[in-house]
Structures are given as structure tokens and as C-alpha cells.
Design a protein. Structure first.
Length: 336
């Protein structure tokens, strides 16, 4: 009997311990759940930290722009459309203390096309060496153009703000690709001069600016340039009419490839300064189109100011100066 009673007491003890153990586990579950919730909540916090990484990179790049200076060490001479540059552009990147920036990613931005007055650009990636130097040899130039090539630290992303800041801090160098037209290429030249009252100056062979431009083109070895008169269509600044006028005049002559046209106007009345010099201000615009296609290849505006003791000489010199500017524009715009 005593043995049975002892056995019952042992069983009760085991049952009591089991119940207490279950109770303890039940009491621990909320705390464990809380720890699990905390662990899960740390996930988004980690993601938030990761998403702030680009902001950190953005801030670092802005700091980099303040500390790095890129200079153009050397540039190639001008070339001709379809002919490679004779040498590369060479740049160097230094920090504010004058130490070289090694393995710095640099963007070279250069012109590749021109449509009227709009220029398109391409980019190339460079990497500086241990002394901060890098070289850029452009691809074969496909258009004649006078412009700039830019060098700036490569932004870490296409963020417009970073691209704008990088471009603003760029080092620049001249980019000159001259026309490849041969000396016999036919070019019709029609430049309209205006009087001080704003009306077209016509009659008595009054085409001084056209004659001046043709003379400049001849001196540039474009001997196929020839004067023409399309003053009404040019006054209207209508390329379609100008092309039609040219086609009518040529009557099937395929030797002429381009029409060069423009206007030269007084920016204000001729005046005299305190020393008695006559002051002439001209505004001008020049365009060129392909006779075959009608495409406008260039459209540019220029301005000149000339002073002289003689009013007539001041006007004549201003026309000559404008013609030089027009010619320079054309030499870096027209090409085969």
C-alpha cells in the first residue's frame, strides 16, 4: 500500500513539473514574438539605409567637383572632314592640393553632327593614370564644324543635376574640322544689304556684302562661288523659295551644290562719338542649303561694330568684317 502511495506521489510531481514548464514557455512566447518583430522591423531599416546610398554618392560627387580641377595640357591642330586628328587631346586632373588624381573617370563630350544651328554631341569615357593624365583621340570626324570638346569628372548617374554641375566644371578645348569641299564646288551666293530705314537696298548692282563674301570664299580656295540675286525670298527668310529661285536660275546645271544666303542690317542709326568717329553697328544672319535636298545646313547670326573718321568707310569696313564672319562660319559648316 505504501508503495502504491509513493508511486502516486511521484506521478503527481512529474505532472506538476510538466505543467510549470508549459506555463513558463507560454509566458516566454510574447517576449519571443516581440524579439521576432524587432528582428523583422530591422529589415526595412536596412533597406532604407541602402536606398540612401545614392544620396551619399551624390554628395561625394559634389565634393569631388569642388576638389578636382581638370586642365587641357595639349590639343590637336584643326583637321578636315573625313580626316583623322593628327594627335590626341591630353588632359590632367589634379586635386586642390596639386596632387594628381589617379584612376579618375573622366567624360569627353564632343560634337558629331550639325543640323542647321543644332549640334549633336557624343561622349567617351577616359580614365586617368597614376599621374592624373588621360588622352582622347576622337573618331574620324564626319562633319565640318567649329565647336568645343569638354572634359569633366564622370557623374555616377544620369541625374540631370549632377550632369549639369559636371558640365559647368568642365575644361574645354577648341574643336575645329574644316570643310572638305574642293575648289570647283559650285556655290551660289546671295546676301541682301538693307538701308538704315530698314528697306532692302536694291538697284544699281547694290550687293556689296554678297561681293565681299564671294571674294572671301575665293581666298579660301572655294573658287566655284558665284553671286546670285534672290533678294525677295531672302528678305522673307524662306529657304523653300530660295531653293526654287536657285533651281530656276540653274535650269538643270548640276555643278552647283549649295546656296549661301543672308541679310545684313543696321542695328541702329549711324552715330558719331565724342571724337568725331562714325560708329556703324550691323546685325547679320547667314544660312546655307543643299540645292539637291533643300536641307538647311547652317543658320547663324553675327554682329559687328566699326568706327572710322569717314562714314562711307565705316559702312564699307563693317560689310567686309561681316563677310569675313560669314565665310568663317561656312568653312566649318559646308562639306561633301
Amino acid at each position: 500500500m505504501k508503495k502504491i502511495f509513493a508511486l502516486l506521489l511521484a506521478l503527481c510531481a512529474i505532472f506538476f513539473v510538466a505543467c510549470e514548464s508549459t506555463k513558463l514557455e507560454s509566458e516566454l512566447e510574447p517576449d519571443q514574438a516581440e524579439r521576432t518583430a524587432v528582428s523583422e522591423s530591422s529589415g526595412p531599416a536596412k533597406k532604407e539605409s541602402q536606398s540612401s546610398a545614392p544620396l551619399s554618392s551624390k554628395a561625394q560627387f559634389k565634393k569631388l567637383l569642388q576638389d578636382v580641377k581638370i586642365t587641357v595640357v595639349s590639343s590637336p591642330k584643326e583637321t578636315v572632314k573625313g580626316k583623322e586628328f593628327s594627335s590626341p587631346y591630353k588632359i590632367q586632373a589634379l586635386n586642390s592640393a596639386g596632387a594628381p588624381c589617379a584612376e579618375l573617370k573622366v567624360t569627353a563630350e564632343y560634337p558629331i553632327a550639325k543640323n542647321g544651328g543644332d549640334v549633336s554631341y557624343e561622349k567617351a569615357d577616359l580614365l586617368t593614370d597614376k599621374n592624373g593624365f588621360a588622352e582622347f583621340l576622337p573618331p574620324l570626324p564626319a562633319v565640318a564644324i567649329s565647336d568645343k570638346v569638354l572634359f569633366y569628372p564622370a557623374p555616377p548617374s544620369s541625374d540631370p543635376e549632377l550632369v549639369r554641375l559636371a558640365s559647368a566644371a568642365a575644361a574645354e578645348a577648341s574643336w575645329k574640322v574644316r570643310t572638305n569641299l574642293n575648289s570647283r564646288t559650285g556655290i551660289l551666293v546671295s546676301i541682301v544689304d538693307y538701308r538704315q530705314d530698314g528697306k532692302v537696298n536694291i538697284g544699281n548692282g547694290a550687293q556689296p556684302s554678297a561681293q565681299a563674301l564671294t571674294s572671301n570664299l575665293w581666298r579660301a580656295n572655294l573658287m566655284g562661288a558665284q553671286n546670285a540675286d534672290f533678294h525677295n525670298s531672302i528678305d522673307a527668310d524662306d529657304p523653300v523659295r530660295i531653293r526654287n529661285d536657285a533651281l530656276k536660275q540653274l535650269n538643270g546645271n548640276s555643278l552647283f551644290k549649295f546656296v549661301v544666303y543672308g541679310r545684313v542690317k543696321y542695328a541702329g542709326p549711324v552715330s558719331q562719338d565724342k571724337d568725331g568717329y562714325y560708329v556703324v553697328n550691323f546685325n547679320g544672319d547667314v544660312g546655307a542649303l543643299s540645292i539637291a535636298s533643300g536641307d538647311v545646313l547652317v543658320k547663324a547670326t553675327k554682329s559687328v561694330t566699326v568706327k572710322d573718321k569717314s562714314e562711307w568707310k565705316a559702312i564699307s569696313t563693317a560689310q567686309q568684317e561681316m563677310a569675313k564672319l560669314f565665310c568663317e562660319e561656312l568653312l566649318y559648316s559646308l562639306y561633301n
